[in-house]
Ligand binder design. Structure first.
Ligand code: NCD
Length: 484
């Protein structure tokens, strides 16, 4: 397989077969590190880190040095022209004209996609806000695979900040792709975001059993479990008899427990003011002392703060320093594949090819509701056209192509019917049957009636009646009549 010129922006950019092939190449390279020197001679990698980093940046740079290539670095927004108001697209074009490959970490979600769209060279996302961190996921999967020989059918527990942890979000999709069962142990208030769960169940199938139904079944909480994702692919008995086996399965522990620190830098103001220590149970030797955890891998992307006790460091189940060390061969394999210096044979199995959704290109471009999305930042709105995938019709749901947050617009209209005829320039409820009649090319969405009317659309008969009824119900409650 030749991967020349491709980028790795989200974990969806690699099939399971490609990841397996990359792991084999990483294996080969880690055994013959010094022989790889010279492989990337004459190639230059830009390492752009606009958020703090130790492992990711240094392992990428080590990887390129080990391959004999050159590295240029910018590791502070303040030291680049982004501080002068330059757009990410302009920066990408310029850096892309200097180097052969770009690695970028940025606080805005979707920033790596913009760099990939504008730079003209392969781009690797080294973390974009709370969105994704696909190369950490490669290190995580590589570790699970090496230690357990397979990923399929395993039970993997995710612990801590599942809301803002970008390593968690990429790992969830990758585990689902490989057919693992996922146990969610979030710190209360930091549960997996809705848009991630929505994508998980709609694109990867499987079942999501929520906390309340689990407690009802088990009658106890072995660990602070919130939900379980059961893969449809797994030959595991859990997937086949979910009702019967929960209690037994919980007591059997998990194959790996993936711990994360609170991602304070992305907390809201209220979350920042909260004392998380009491809600953030520490994973230590005592917690994992039961027989059911004897074979449990203890994983963490690092850095750790207080959530993972030092008493586990020398424990053979601890994997976190190995995960970090494996970052070098994994990233060497990735860089040499994307630069086209290495080719690999890809096993032809891909159980989850990416789902192709129609794109929303309506004349009214909604604003992505995620304030951390690259598409809503002042420097980027000057040129970035917001773009959305139409991922669902009932209810109508659009997903931002940059940050992958989803939202449900309130009203819709058709660009086809009103052409030249203002009388048919009507808008409808997004929950009406019109949602099935309007084709994606003609779809126009509005977040509010006001927005629709500002664009010259009038309410449909149904919208008008519904509004009148709502007004009537509301006002009659206050004992007032309505005058038409
Ligand atoms: C992670 C990150 O930056 O998202 N660190 C890493 O790259 N290994 C996890 C974290 O910062 O908590």
């Amino acid at each position: 397989m030749i991967m020349t010129g491709r980028s790795l922006v989200t974990i969806d950019d690699l099939s399971t077969g490609e990841m397996e092939a990359l792991f084999s190449l990483a294996d080969e390279m880690s055994g013959t590190m010094e022989k790889q020197f010279g492989l990337c001679q004459g190639k230059i990698m830009a390492s752009l880190f606009f958020e703090p980093s130790t492992r990711t940046r240094l392992s990428f740079e080590t990887a390129m040095h080990r391959l004999g290539g050159g590295v240029i670095t910018a590791a502070d927004v303040g030291a680049t022209s982004l501080a002068k108001g330059e757009s990410i697209a302009d920066m990408a074009r310029v850096v892309g004209s200097y180097v052969d490959i770009i690695v970028i970490r940025h606080p805005w979600e979707g920033a790596a996609r913009v760099v990939a769209d504008y730079s003209g060279v392969p781009v690797i996302n080294a973390g974009d806000g709370g969105h994704q961190h696909p190369t950490q996921t490669l290190c995580d999967l590589y570790t699970i695979k090496k230690e357990k020989k397979t990923i399929r059918g395993l039970k993997i527990g995710l612990w801590g900040d599942l809301k803002y942890g970008r390593t968690i979000h990429s790992l969830i999709f990758a585990l689902a792709k490989f057919g693992a069962n996922i146990f969610f142990y979030p710190t209360p208030g930091l549960e997996v975001p809705e848009h991630v769960l929505e994508k998980l169940t709609t694109e990867y199938g499987g079942e999501l059993e929520s906390h309340s139904s689990l407690e009802a079944k088990t009658g106890e909480r072995v660990l602070p479990l919130d939900a379980i994702y059961l893969t449809p692919d797994s030959p595991h008995q859990l997937a086949m008899m979910p009702d019967v086996n929960f209690q037994v399965e919980l007591k059997r522990g998990v194959d790996a427990l993936y711990v994360t620190r609170p991602q304070k830098e992305r907390f809201s103001r209220t979350e920042k003011g909260h004392d998380w220590r009491k809600d953030y149970p520490v994973v230590d030797k005592k917690l994992l002392s039961g027989r059911e955890f004897r074979q449990t891998l203890v994983m963490h992307p690092l850095p750790r703060v207080d959530e993972l006790a030092r008493d586990l460091d020398a424990d053979p189940r601890s994997m976190y320093f190995k995960q970090a060390a494996r970052g070098v061969p994994v990233r060497m394999a990735l860089i040499s594949l994307l630069l086209g210096i290495k080719e690999v044979a890809v096993p032809a199995v891909d159980t989850h090819p990416p789902v192709q959704y129609p794109l929303y290109r309506g004349e009214v471009a909604p604003r992505c509701p995620n304030p951390r999305c690259v598409s809503v930042q002042d420097t980027e709105t000057r040129y970035l056209q917001p773009e959305f995938k139409i991922v669902n019709r009932e209810p109508l749901t659009l997903r931002c192509v940059y940050c992958e947050h989803g939202f449900e617009p309130a009203y819709i209209a058709s660009a086809e019917w009103h052409e030249g005829r203002t009388a048919t320039k009507k808008y409808h409820s997004a929950r009406s049957h019109w949602v099935h009649k309007i084709s994606p090319e003609n779809l126009i969405v509005f977040s509010s009636a006001h927005e629709a009317e500002t664009h010259g659309f009038k309410p449909s008969h149904y919208v008008k009646t519904k509004r009148r009824k709502e007004k009537h119900d509301g006002s009659s409650k206050r004992g007032e009549g309505i005058k038409e």
